[in-house]
Design a protein around this ligand. Sequence first.
Ligand code: FAD
Length: 306
Amino acid sequence: MAGTRTGHKPVYRLFPVEVARVRRLGPSFVRLTFTAECLSDFGAGGVDQRIKLVLAQPGRTLADFPNGPDWYQQWLALPDEIRPVLRTYTVRSYRPEPAELDIDFVLHGGPGGHSGPAATWAATARPGDEIGVLGPDRPGTGRMWGCEWAPPASASHLVLAGDETAVPAVASIVETLPPCARGIVCLEVPEEHDRQEWAVPDGVEVRWFPRCASAPHGKLLEEGVAAALDELHPRSRGGVADLDEVDVDAATLWDVPADDAAPGQFYGWLAGEAAVIKRLRQLLVRDYGIPKQAVAFMGYWRHGHS
Ligand SMILES: Cc1cc2nc3c(=O)[nH]c(=O)nc-3n(C[C@H](O)[C@H](O)[C@H](O)COP(=O)(O)OP(=O)(O)OC[C@H]3O[C@@H](n4cnc5c(N)ncnc54)[C@H](O)[C@@H]3O)c2cc1C
């Protein structure tokens, strides 16, 4: 069940996998399906589950990755030219039979954009290409499995919002909502044809905001979320709450409700470019008076930073 916190901590281990299939989902997205026998032991955690991708440096192999309980310190200590690249992604879906994992990659870095090792790798990936997935070694749910979606049972008004990097997580979340769920989903994507079709409950509306190269990143999303809040949470407009100022260039913007947060009617989940998410956070908490404890805010990436 979403939100259940399981006390038995998983170990994060490397799953060496290879590309089985490549499917273009739209101008800005490609779905890579990974396979490997070891994936039958993958610790599936449910919706919005993050994992790390491990990319070997050019001319090197995944054997450079220091597997084991203290992998992080060993990985940090490796020379730059050997240290494999780590990037965070979302499990779009996992199938224990036949041991497959789907990850949807945003192909950022078009004309005028900045690409990075993960998006570049995904753009040219072919069946048989190898990569590492760093993930939990046993099934479970909750934060220890990298899952942040945890609405209280009392939440009757859901707002999910994000840019293209949040689309895979949002897709996974909305497909598992109960039939009685009610809410508004706002997603900003680069192009008109990046819209996706999902089976969602009748009470959940998905609104797409394609930038089409004419709007700055986040502008349409901020307007869309404000309109959604006017519909779902109008009465608290003008509320003010204490909000720590986060410098998104120096610190990670990541604030999710505590496990023992008080139950409420509203639950929000926001993810995407950190400066945009910071402004959305101010919109919800400062302008609309929504309790901080009712909203998960996650900076998934930052303009100009790897
Ligand atoms: C929990 C979590 C889950 C995520 N899930 C997904 C997912 O499922 N799919 C997905 O595609 N991404 C996802 N991301 C975002 C992804 O980790 C970043 O986009 C990452 O920076 C991509 O790595 P890279 O090597 O391509 O680029 P980097 O080397 O990290 O960055 C290189 C340059 O590209 C810019 N950049 C990075 N991402 C973008 C972007 N999307 N658009 C425009 N410019 C960009 C950076 O600002 C930098 O200037 C997730 C992030 C988090 C934290």
